[in-house]
Design a protein around this ligand. Structure first.
Ligand code: PEP
Length: 252
C-alpha cells in the first residue's frame, strides 16, 4: 500500500511566529483528516526545532537539504544523521532550486539520497525537466535519467524509504501546472523506470509538485499514479495547505 503524502516546502520563508501559527493550525486540522494523508511540513532548518514542538508528533517534519557527509569539517552543513536525531522523518533531496542555484549534480543527489535513507529517514527525491527540455521533446528522457542516476545508490532494503517528487521546473512558483493527464503520464514513466531498476515500484509514492493549489489539487490527486503533492507557495497559507490535504480522495 503506497503512502499518501502532502508535503509543504516553505523554502527560505517563515519565522518563529509563522511556525507557531501555521503548524498549530495545520496540526489541529490534520486531526480531522479522514483520507489517510500523511501531512509533512518542511521548514528552513533553523526552525525545525520549533516546528517539531508544534507538530507534537502528529504531523511529520522534514528538512530541505542535507550534506553529503555524516560528520566532520564541513562548516554550514547538516547531516542526515543529525536530522533524524533531531526528530525529523523526511529530507528533500535534489530540489530543482538546489540543482539550478547551487549546482547540485545527479551524483550529489545520489549520495544524499542514499545517506538519508540509510539514516532511517525518508528521502523525497525531486526530479523534473525545464521548459526547454519539455519543448524539445526530451522531458521523459531527462526525468528518467534523473531517476536512474539519483537513485543509483539505493540498496534493495531501503526502497521503502524512497519517495519521488516529479516537479517540472517550469511549473515551480510560476502559477503554471502540468495538466493532470501530463503529470499522470510522467508518473507512469517514473514508475516504469523504478521497476526497471528492480525497485518495488508499485509501493513507492510519487508526488507531483509545481503550483499545486486548492483549485487544481483534486484533479491531480485523482490520477492513479499521483500519490500526493509537494507544495511550495500554498504551504505557507495554513488554510490553503489544509484544503489541499483535504482534496485527497478517501480510500484512494
Ligand atoms: C516547490 O518548491 O517544490 C514547489 C512545488 O513550489 P510551488 O508550489 O510554489 O510551485
Amino acid at each position: 500500500m503506497r503512502r499518501k503524502i502532502v508535503a509543504g516546502n516553505w523554502k527560505m520563508n517563515g519565522s518563529k511566529d509563522l511556525s507557531e501559527e501555521l503548524v498549530g493550525y495545520v496540526r489541529s486540522e490534520a486531526e480531522s483528516l479522514d483520507n489517510g494523508v500523511e501531512v509533512v511540513v518542511i521548514p528552513p532548518a533553523i526552525y525545525v526545532g520549533d516546528v517539531l514542538k508544534q507538530a507534537q508528533g502528529q504531523i511529520s517534519v522534514g528538512v530541505q537539504n542535507v550534506g553529503q557527509w555524516q560528520s566532520g569539517a564541513y562548516t554550514g552543513e547538516i547531516s542526515s544523521e543529525m536530522v533524524r536525531d533531531a526528530g525529523c522523518r523526511y529530507a528533500l533531496v535534489g530540489h530543482s532550486e538546489r540543482r539550478q542555484l547551487f549546482g547540485e549534480t545527479d551524483e550529489a543527489v545520489a549520495i544524499k539520497a542514499s545517506l538519508v535513507v540509510s539514516s532511517g529517514l525518508s528521502a523525497i527525491v525531486c526530479v523534473g525537466e525545464t521548459l526547454e527540455e519539455r519543448e524539445s521533446g526530451r522531458a521523459e528522457s531527462v526525468v528518467s535519467s534523473q531517476v536512474r542516476s539519483g537513485l543509483s545508490l539505493i540498496k534493495q532494503d531501503d526502497w521503502h524509504s524512497i519517495v519521488v517528487a516529479y516537479e517540472p521546473v517550469w511549473a515551480i512558483g510560476t502559477g503554471k501546472t502540468a495538466t493532470s493527464s501530463d503529470a499522470q503520464s510522467m508518473h507512469a514513466t517514473i514508475r516504469g523506470v523504478l521497476k526497471s531498476m528492480g525497485a518495488p515500484a508499485e509501493e513507492i509514492s510519487l508526488l507531483y509538485g509545481g503550483s499545486v493549489k486548492a483549485d487544481n489539487a483534486a484533479a491531480l490527486f485523482a490520477e492513479p499514479d499521483i500519490d500526493g503533492g509537494l507544495i511550495g507557495g500554498a504551504s505557507l497559507v495554513a488554510k490553503d495547505f489544509i484544503s489541499i490535504c483535504r482534496y485527497f480522495p478517501a480510500g484512494a
